[in-house]
Design a protein around this ligand. Structure first.
Ligand code: F6P
Length: 553
C-alpha cells in the first residue's frame, strides 16, 4: 500500500487559504457581478505572450484567488522543479531520467546538459540530418527504389506520442504543406487504416516511417511488418531499405527490422513519447510542411519555454492555466475540462491534449511514493467549436455539471474565406459570453411574454429556457494558426501539465498505468486466434472467447 501524507498540496498554507477562500468568498460568486463591479477586470485578467492572448477574465476568480493560486504553485516548489527540468536533472524519478523536451527546440547556442553530455549538440546533429533528409526528399534527390519520380506519399506508422502530435500538426498546418507530399498516419492495430492507405498509394512513390521510441510497440511493429511485406511483394525485398525510414531510440531493433543506417533518426530516453513531436518524431510533419516550417514550429515552442522560465508565476501563461485547472478540479469539484478550438484545422488538438494531460497526470501516487488523496489529472475532451455547438454545448449551458472551457481561436482564418471565419469568431465570443452571463428567469419570462404566450404557457416553458450562466471559460486568441503559433500552443499546454503535476506532487513523465493492459493483451493473442487454447479462468474472457469462436467468419 502506498504511504499516505498530507504535505503536497493539502498541507500547504496556500491550499488551506484557497479552501477557505472558496468556501467563504467564491462558492456562490457570479462572474457577471464581478465584471459589473470592476471596470478593469478584463485588463487584470488577461495577458499576452508569445503571440497568444489569454483572456481569463470569465473565470470564477478574484485578484485574491489568482494571488493564492500563484502562491500555491510557489509553495509546491514549481520554480525549483522547473529549474531542475531545464538543468537536465533526473526529475522523472521512477525511470531515473531527465526530462528535456525543451532541449529539442533549443537554439544552437543554448546550454542543455544531461550529466556531462552536451545534448544541444546531439539535438542539432539529428535535427540537421533529419531536415537534410527532408530537403533531399522534397528536392527529388532521395527517391524510391529504381523510381524516376520523387516520393508523393509518406506513411507514418506509430501510436500514442508517435502519432497523435503528428496527426494534430498535419491537420493544423495543412495550409503550410508541401503540395507534392501527402501524409498518411497509421496507428491502430486492427489493420483498417493501413489497408485503406495501401489501396491508394503507389509503392514506387511511397516512403514509410516507422516511428516508435521503444521500437517494441505491438501496434506499430505489426503495422510496420505488414507494410514491409506489402512493399516487398510489389517492388521486391531489395526496395525495402530505400522505402523505409525509422525514428527510435532503439538501434538494435531498427537493425533487426532492416532500417538503413542512413534513414534512421534517433532521439533519447530523456524525451517522453507524448513530448516528442519536437524530436525526430516530427520527421513526418517536416516532410509534410518542409524544413523551414518545422524550424518555425520549434521556434514557437522555444519562445514559450523562455516565457515559462522567466515570467513570474503571476504573469506566466502556463502557470495561470494550471492554477485555474487546479482551482476547478480540486475546489469546485469539476470532473473534466473542455478544449474547444474555433478553427477546423485544430480538430485533433483536443485528442493530442488528452494524452498529454491524462498520461502525464492521471496518477494517484506522488513522486515520493505517498498516496495522493486529492483529485489529480484533468480529464480533457473537446471538438472543433462550431460542430460542438450543435452537439454537446447544450450540456455546457444547462447541464448540472461545472465544465470549465478553453476556447482557442485565430483571428485570421485558416480557410479561404475570412468572412466565414469571422462567423466562427463571432460564435466563439458569443458562446463564452453566454456561458458566463446566462439568462435568468425574469429575462426569459419577458421574452416569452413578448412573443405572445399565455401566462400558463410561460410558467411551463420558463424553467426550461433559463441558462444559469457562471460557467467559466478562458479564451486563447492568436493572430493566425501558423507554425510558430502551433509550437507556442503545444509548449503552453506542456508546461501547464508540468505545473499541475508539480502542485499535485506527481511525476508527470512516466506512464506505468499503460503496462498491465499491454501485458495481458500479449497473453491473450493466442487465445483470440484459437479460443480453445485459453487456459485462464476469467469467466468474462471465457464468455467473450466463446462468442468470438461462434461468430468469426
Ligand atoms: O502505451 C503508451 C505509450 O508507451 C506512450 O507513452 C507512447 O507514446 C506510446 O505508447 C508509443 O510508444 P512508442 O513510441 O515506444 O512506440
Amino acid at each position: 500500500m502506498p504511504k499516505t501524507s498530507n504535505t503536497l498540496p493539502k498541507g500547504l498554507k496556500a491550499w488551506k487559504s484557497l479552501k477557505e477562500h472558496y468556501r467563504e468568498d467564491m462558492r456562490q460568486r457570479q462572474v457577471r457581478d464581478l465584471f459589473r463591479r470592476d471596470n478593469d477586470r478584463y485588463d487584470t485578467f488577461s495577458l499576452e505572450a508569445c503571440g497568444l492572448l489569454l483572456d481569463y477574465s470569465r473565470n470564477i476568480v478574484t485578484r485574491k484567488t489568482m494571488r493564492l493560486l500563484a502562491g500555491l504553485a510557489r509553495q509546491a516548489g514549481v520554480e525549483p522543479l522547473r529549474e531542475r527540468m531545464f538543468a537536465g536533472e533526473p526529475i522523472n524519478v521512477t525511470e531515473g531520467r531527465a526530462v528535456l523536451h525543451v532541449a529539442l527546440r533549443s537554439d544552437r547556442e543554448d546550454w542543455f546538459h544531461v550529466g556531462h553530455q552536451n545534448v544541444t549538440e546531439d539535438v542539432h546533429r539529428v535535427l540537421d540530418a533529419m531536415l537534410d533528409f527532408v530537403d533531399r526528399v522534397h528536392g527529388g534527390v532521395y527517391k524510391g527504389y529504381a523510381s524516376p519520380e520523387p516520393f508523393s506519399d509518406v506513411v507514418n506508422i506509430g501510436i500514442g506520442g508517435s502519432d497523435l502530435g503528428i496527426v494534430m500538426a498535419r491537420e493544423a498546418l495543412t495550409h503550410y504543406r508541401n503540395p507534392a507530399v501527402r501524409l498518411h498516419c497509421v496507428s491502430n492495430v486492427d489493420g483498417t487504416q493501413l489497408a485503406d492507405i495501401l489501396r491508394i498509394v503507389d509503392p514506387r512513390r511511397t516512403l514509410f516511417i516507422v516511428c516508435s521510441k521503444t521500437f517494441t510497440t505491438q501496434e506499430t511493429l505489426t503495422n510496420a511488418r505488414a507494410a514491409r511485406a506489402w512493399l516487398a511483394s510489389r517492388l521486391g525485398e531489395e526496395a525495402v531499405p530505400t522505402h523505409f525510414a525509422a525514428v527510435s531510440t532503439n538501434h538494435e531493433a531498427m537493425d533487426e527490422f532492416g532500417i538503413s543506417p542512413d534513414n534512421r533518426f534517433g532521439f533519447w530516453d530523456w524525451v517522453g513519447g507524448r513530448y516528442s513531436i519536437w524530436s525526430a518524431v516530427g520527421l513526418a510533419v517536416a516532410l509534410y510542411v518542409g524544413s523551414e516550417n518545422f524550424r518555425r514550429f520549434l521556434a514557437g515552442g522555444r519562445a514559450m519555454d523562455r516565457h515559462f522560465r522567466e515570467a513570474p508565476l503571476e504573469r506566466n501563461l502556463p502557470a495561470i492555466m494550471a492554477g485555474l485547472a487546479v482551482w476547478y478540479n480540486n475546489f469546485f469539484g469539476a470532473e473534466t475540462q473542455a478544449v474547444l478550438p474555433y478553427d477546423g484545422r485544430l480538430w485533433r488538438f483536443p485528442a493530442f491534449l488528452q494524452q498529454l494531460h491524462m498520461e502525464s497526470n492521471g496518477k494517484r501516487v506522488q513522486r515520493d511514493g505517498h498516496r495522493q488523496r486529492v483529485s489529480t489529472g484533468t480529464v480533457i475532451w473537446g471538438e472543433a467549436g462550431n460542430n460542438a455547438q450543435h452537439s454537446f454545448y447544450q450540456l455546457l449551458h444547462q447541464g448540472n455539471r461545472l465544465i470549465p472551457v478553453d476556447f482557442l481561436a485565430p483571428v485570421n482564418g485558416s480557410g479561404t474565406w475570412q468572412s466565414q471565419h469571422n462567423l466562427a469568431l463571432a460564435n466563439c465570443l458569443a458562446q463564452a459570453q453566454a456561458l458566463m452571463e446566462g439568462q435568468d428567469e425574469t429575462e426569459v419570462r419577458r421574452g416569452l411574454k413578448k412573443s405572445g404566450l399565455s401566462s400558463a404557457e410561460i410558467d411551463t416553458l420558463a424553467p426550461h429556457k433559463v441558462h444559469p450562466g457562471n460557467r467559466p471559460s478562458s479564451l486563447v486568441l492568436f493572430e493566425r494558426l501558423d507554425p510558430e503559433t502551433l509550437g507556442a500552443l503545444v509548449a503552453l499546454y506542456e508546461h501547464k501539465v508540468f505545473v499541475e503535476g508539480a502542485i499535485w506532487g506527481i511525476n508527470s513523465f512516466d506512464q506505468w498505468g499503460v503496462e498491465l493492459g499491454k501485458r495481458l493483451a500479449r497473453g491473450l493473442e493466442d487465445a483470440v486466434a484459437d479460443p480453445s487454447a485459453y487456459a485462464g479462468k476469467d469467466p468474462s474472457i471465457r464468455g467473450a472467447l466463446e462468442a468470438i469462436s461462434r461468430w468469426r467468419d
